[in-house]
Design a protein. Structure first.
Length: 211
């Protein structure tokens, strides 16, 4: 049975492409509609951008007056250190390993070895330096700005400082309980037999902060 002419006309009426082929501008295309000739319109006066306003340049860039900030611009708490440890183990440990010596698993598989966090140069480096490297990358290291938010970058920086302290802390900084667990001079260190004491970092064990 051949379709009738009215049926064909009715079918064609529903085949319009108005919603599919709408008039549009490609980015930065000139426009005769607007008086300034631009299709890209400026933001409305008083508009607030989506997301957090970057009112604290030190927090978001790691720099103060064009120089790397020396200190972490937020309180370093146990909670911040715990978050830094978690993020460090996810994003940093594959290259830097969990102690920060630069012998992560992919380095052992042939990737370029990063410097140890425990060398004198990096022990003296500012907090802003580490934040800047996480944000923008350095050498063979890519940036992690998309994966790690600014606050978590500072948490990682705080944890790196804890790792550095764990490998270079003077004996006088330890509690009496912690000193009692140290081996005698010349003795072979024994493996830790239990969890770290509150506030104690175990050298070589990733310096896990107490919850």
């Amino acid at each position: 049975m051949r379709p009738s002419l009215p049926a064909l006309l009715l079918l064609l009426a529903f085949c319009r492409q108005d919603m599919h082929d709408q008039p549009r501008y490609t980015p930065l295309e000139p426009s005769a509609f607007f008086a300034d000739g631009r299709s890209a319109r400026p933001a409305v006066e008083g508009a607030v951008p989506r997301g957090a306003l970057r009112q604290d340049p030190v927090f978001h860039t790691g720099r103060r007056g064009g120089q790397h900030a020396q200190q972490i611009p937020l309180p370093v708490t146990r909670r911040l250190l715990a978050r830094g440890q978690e993020r460090f183990n996810i994003y940093c440990a594959p290259c830097h390993d969990r102690t920060g010596s630069g012998l992560g698993m992919i380095v052992r598989r042939g990737f370029r070895r990063p410097p140890s966090f425990h060398i004198e140069r990096l022990r003296r480096a500012s907090a802003g330096h580490f934040f800047d490297v996480i944000t923008n990358g350095f050498g063979a290291m890519p940036d992690y700005a998309q994966q790690v938010a600014p606050r978590e970058r500072w948490a990682i920086v705080a944890y790196v400082r804890a790792l550095q302290l764990s490998q270079h802390a003077p004996v006088t900084a330890l509690s009496q309980q912690a000193r009692a667990r140290l081996p005698e001079p010349g003795a072979t260190p024994a493996a830790p037999s239990g969890p770290a004491l509150p506030g104690e970092f175990q050298p070589g064990a990733g310096a896990r902060p107490s919850p």
